[in-house]
Design a protein around this ligand. Structure first.
Ligand SMILES: C[S@@+](CC[C@H](N)C(=O)[O-])C[C@H]1O[C@@H](n2cnc3c(N)ncnc32)[C@H](O)[C@@H]1O
Ligand code: SF4
Length: 399
């Protein structure tokens, strides 16, 4: 297998950053111990995973992607291990990936390095290893804080394991986030209020609160179709969303994005990079990236299936199956869609100058009258009700 080799690296003196725009790296770890019945992420269950073999592939792909930048490489501000379940990786594997990144790109002194963890594969020793490797932010998939719902969601952990994982994480990392899924079958607003208050009481500085989405081709989709899984109706879902905004805001973790809430200054910088339409490289099976190369906006995607991804790495040194230049119109549309997910919205003047276009002001007015948009001090933002119908809002604006 191919490991990092000194000879394949550009000399340090040439690795000066070309821009001060933030740059991030996403590493996808595609394995899980079991597949949750609601999840359509690129995650796979395998009886045996040899970490070191997969990590060698990630290292080769990182070397390849770094080469796309040429000798002048941007400064890495954020790194994100997502999945799948990256907390199945050993500390040694995480360290090998981080060391490689540090050899290939300049690293910002305050780099944010996040790793997603499932409480079922969380333990104090493992967290300490991640910390030693350089991880400084942990995102824990708690999903629910009652055992009956965790069982219904097909999770391998109970509330006790989730609580223990939060304690270990808080002892190890500067920043800890919890993922919770709400709008579950039969969930009432009162039950969710009390669960959310329990989650806030842990005192983490970030919460990702997702409404349960019934994804096509998942076991939950089959159950929902046959009526065996009764998800809340639109009114209850709206009431749950409103309660979420009210409770998190009162606790000092208001929404900064549709599903993401944080103390001021504890927003996930890596995800902000996506939503502010910055540049990031994506490596590992099924990872996406957005790179600006020679002034052109390039969308990348890697092979999704882990075994095929690895075979491609063996033969080609990378598994990028898409590397498409985005037209200015497509990029402008993506930028709008991403920015309007954020509470801060869009800086209209810099958006218009970046893409050489002007947004239709009379449309702003109509959408403002419908209370879907706010336009103030040069920034355009979706209201909470606007964020719920974001796709149609973008269609109106970009038309
Ligand atoms: C990659 S997982 C997080 C780490 C780890 N795999 C785990 O589940 O603990 C990303 C998150 O997406 C959310 N998610 C996945 N599928 C979802 C769905 N259908 N509806 C709502 N949230 C979902 C879950 O909250 C999950 O924690
Ligand atoms: S929710 Fe997390 S643990 Fe469950 S299948 Fe998806 S990625 Fe794996």
């Amino acid at each position: 297998m191919h490991g990092p080799s000194r000879n394949s690296l550009p000399p340090r003196a040439f690795r000066t950053p070309v821009s001060c725009e933030p740059f991030g790296i996403y590493v996808h770890w595609p394995f899980c111990t079991a597949k949750c019945p609601y999840c359509d992420f690129n995650s796979h269950v395998r009886s045996r995973v040899d970490d070191s073999e997969w990590v060698s592939g990630v290292i080769r792909e990182l070397e390849y992607v770094a080469g796309l930048h040429g000798p002048s490489r941007p400064m890495v501000e954020t790194i994100f291990f997502g999945g799948g379940t990256p907390s199945l990786m050993s500390g040694k594997s995480v360290a090998a990936v981080l060391d490689t990144i540090a050899k290939l790109w300049p690293i910002a002194p305050a780099v944010e390095t996040t790793l997603e963890s499932n409480p079922a594969s969380a333990d104090a020793e493992r967290f300490r290893d991640y910390r030693r490797a350089g991880v400084n932010r942990l995102s824990l998939g708690a999903q629910a804080l009652n055992d009956a719902d965790l069982k219904m969601l097909g999770r391998l952990h109970g509330v006790a394991e989730a609580k223990a994982a939060v304690r270990f994480a808080q002892a190890c990392f500067d920043h800890v986030s919890l993922d919770l899924i709400y709008a579950r079958p039969h969930q009432t607003v009162e039950q969710w209020r009390s669960e959310l208050q329990q989650a806030l009481a842990f005192g983490t500085d970030h919460l990702s609160l997702y409404q349960l989405t019934i994804e096509p081709a998942t076991p939950f989709a089959v159950l929902a179709r046959t009526g065996a899984l009764a998800v809340p109706n639109d009114d209850t879902a709206a009431a749950l969303y409103e309660a979420t905004q009210e409770i998190t805001e009162a606790a000092g973790l208001p929404a900064y994005e549709i599903s993401n809430h944080a103390n001021s200054g504890a927003e996930c910088r890596h995800n902000l990079l996506y939503w502010r339409y910055g540049d990031y490289a994506g490596v590992g099976p099924g990872a996406h990236g957005r790179l600006t190369l020679g002034g052109r906006r390039i969308a990348t995607a890697t092979e999704r299936l882990p075994e095929r991804w690895r075979a491609r790495i063996e033969t080609e040194g990378h598994a990028l199956v898409e590397r498409n230049e985005l037209s200015s119109d497509d990029a402008a549309r993506e930028h709008l869609l991403m920015n309007l997910r954020l509470t801060e919205g869009l800086d209209v003047a810099s958006y218009e100058s970046r893409w050489g276009l002007s947004l239709n002001r009379s449309r702003f007015k109509t959408l403002q009258d419908e209370r879907l948009l706010e336009f103030s001090k040069g920034r355009l933002a979706a209201t909470p009700s606007g964020r719920l119908v974001l796709n149609s809002l973008i269609a109106e604006l970009a038309d």
